[in-house]
Design a protein around this ligand. Sequence first.
Ligand code: A3P
Length: 296
Amino acid sequence: EKASASITRFPLIRVRGVPLMSYIANNFDSVWDFRPDPSDILIATYPKAGTTWTQEIVDLLRHNGDAEACKQAPTPVRSPFLEISSPPPIPSGLDLLNKTDPPRIIKTHLPFQMVPRGFWENKCKTIYVARNPKDNLVSYYYFDQMNMTQPEPGPWEGYIHKFMRGELSWGSWYDHVKGYWLEREKNNILYLFYEDMKENPRREVERIMRYLDLDLSDEVLSRIVELTSFKNMKENPMTNYSCVPAPVFDLSVSAFMRKGEVGDWTNHFTPEQTKMFDEDCEKQMRDVNIPFRSLI
Ligand code: A3P
């Protein structure tokens, strides 16, 4: 009750140039000081790129496909969100991390340069997931409508411009995907694409398994692929975010497990918006060559 009274669409405050929800911005110093254990696994994404899906895959891999073990608690408890911070009594990401023994599966949306240095000093395994920008934007647009702690998305056309200018929470998508891409070799980051996961989830689950130095049977891998299908995760109360109370996530506005598809942007962008967005995207991505299968 008390918590819901203080839930509000928080303004964004820039930290090192990156807009963050005020609660996160105000607590950023303690996040920056966080010291992970070398056994911790980091899952890093721009919001709405497939974080929850990857968290579930990794948790199941770590539990040898044991569905019951992964249904003991909702995603954000089993895999804490490093920088998240809300009005008390809602526990912050750091509160949860401090209560959990390593090895932990830690989620972050922070751009590379704002991730606490200990992750790189300790050579923590890090999985990055990138999603094509127009689908990522559409997913974020629905999320901002239902997440009552994020700023109002406003009208669709304006939202596209905010995304292009990097004015949404966690900043520029372009800087985000580039930042991790440029660091992937030096820091042994496994860089995945949402579109690859959709095309062949089995292949990508195996890729993650190998990266984590695990060796599971074919049968277990098949079970993990099945358990992490969009349909199963949408129906699973431990992964579909029905754990978050209505004043925070209004699932009647949009489900967290909304559509889970590649190419939904075609249902939202007009031809003019597509042209404008693609031209800008080409400019912003000119200095890197990240193998998105459909950047535009
Ligand atoms: P849509 O809004 O396009 O449906 P995140 O976890 O980073 O917030 O990303 C959420 C997006 O990933 C949503 O996209 C959600 O539906 C999609 N998603 C979640 N689980 C998925 C799964 N198992 N398979 C495919 N997409 C999934």
